[in-house]
Design a protein around this ligand. Sequence first.
Ligand code: ZN
Length: 682
Amino acid sequence: MPETNPLCSPSPLPFELPPFHLIRHEHIRPAFDVGLAEHRAEVAAIATDPAEPTFANTVEALERSGRTLERVLLLHGNLCSSMADEQTRALERELAPLIAEHEDEIRLDPRLFARIDAVHERRHRGLTAEQVRVVERYRRDFLRAGAGLDEAGRARLRALNTRLVSLTTEFGSRVLAEANERAVQLSDRRELAGLPDSAVAAAAEAAAEAGRDGYLLRLVLPTSQPAMASLHSRDLRRRLHEAATTRGMRGGPHDTRDLVVEITRLRAERAALLGFGDHAAYVVDDQTAGATKAVLGILDEMAGPAMRNLDRERDRIEALMRADGVEGPVQPWDWAYYAERDLATTYDVDADALRPYFELDRVLHDGIFHAATLLYGVRFHEHHDLPAYAEDVRVFEVHDEDGTVLGLFLCDWFARPTKRGGAWMSSFVGQSTLLGTLPVVVVCLNVPKPPAGRPALMSIDEVRTGFHEFGHALHGLFSRAVYPLLSGTAVPRDFVEFPSQVNEMWAWWPEVLAHYAVHHETGERLAQDVVDRLVASRAHGQGFDTVAMLGAALLDQEWHLRADAEPAPRPEEVERVEADALARHGVRSALVPPRYRSTYFAHVFSGGYDAAYYSYLWSEVLDADMVDWFTQQGGPTRRSGEVFRRELLAVGGTREPLEAFAAVRGRAPSTDPLLRRRGLLA
Ligand SMILES: [Zn+2]
């Protein structure tokens, strides 16, 4: 019954925080149905409105529509990530096709598109800059989804989309099956010499789970397998490497080469249907890079220096091998092992010994919040009287320097069995002055929960991740958009990671670090020389890593630069296509295989990063350049924070992203700071 379902009406709690204490699983599906019907009716009323199309009765009306559905989907989406029990996952599978169908129904409705187009035609008469941007965004989204096609074109597009969904899903399952099947089994513990005890225990557990004897080294997704950095046995490292790099290309039911070929062929056809030369052009058209030429330009610019750096790294590694009495030349499976040793001897940093200096509460209050106060003047007040969706989730009210309330920040840092891996920021309520809503954002990490009464001590990587995700949270909290479509983190994929990457810099900034890195028992501060060595070690060994990243980004581009008219390669030619592409860009893949090879490149063939894998390097270019700017400004000062917030964080998608960047930086982005950071400048 809608009257008794707490999801069917706006939450009465402050900030419209969902009334988690009242919401049960049984409420979600009925509220979804109510929300869907309501949204359909609202959209139909807009599409059939007899009045002349105006911004208010078309675009703004669309922005106001679907509130119940939005509320349900935000809640459910968050629970699917952080409280995903069996019921929740089943509901996710049930709703996914319904949501996709609903979106198609709206975007392929010719009546609606005609109205948007009419408003767009007259957009320069009497609309604000943000309104112009929102109507342009609508028209573009509709066109990219096929709204400009005739009926036959729309039918073909629907067929292509359906086929692509099933092919990419199939790719994901074959990659998973192949990773399990090709795990390396061992019977003798001595073969695992060098591997930390915890990893040996995990390998024994993996074997037991699979009903097998001894030890099982499961394959993880990237090419490089973590165990390769510590395993003493060169032969075992080689076996692991071969198992990892030949996934999906050995024949049998999990071979993915036919899928690589068909997916890229269909994407090329879809791009042509939508008026683009190739799929990469279709994707990048909506990104800050703007054109594939710019993407390839940056990848090519990095390739030369990265290969030169790699040669220098190789000399060091071969010297270590000689000292070990091992015959050169270095092989791909030797690299991680000797690089790790090189790192340890050069910098003498024992990362594990630093944990006592990173106590969770201090990291949060005296590190992350403190840096935000120095930069932006904001303050955080914990709420103990508001409900959360799980124990350990903390709720903070965020105040501006003058006391104005900005929104809520939910902090969900501990791992739990129903939480997916990794770390992310997300929202329960989006900011919009049109709707009168303030942001309610959440940051999830996966810090292992300590036993009762013990402090939570974080790893360096967890600390870095905490600062990173909080950078996304600030992007959401500072948003000042009128329209929900343009609010907060609603910026292109190759831009959205950059502000959060910039926020990582404060984790290592001496003034901030000294404030939070305090031994939880002795109260002693982390010595500056340790900090210096830690910071210096981050640029170490970047040649190999950069070449591997570049290899993957180039493969992704190459597959998606194929035009529809070009004859598609045969599945048995996939390896040749790969090798040719990398050689053409000067990346020697025999020594450094790409971070993912085509046949297990799940990001690109099943993960939504198609033709967009470059964005990791692209946003790092922006990040390194902005880190330089903050450094020149003297670090975390109110003045520099204010500029970054006003020009870039607060504007969300209401402004052209690179224009926002230039407004802070004073010029277009430069690649030099990233090359320097990765140790790639001579
Ligand atoms: Zn991120």
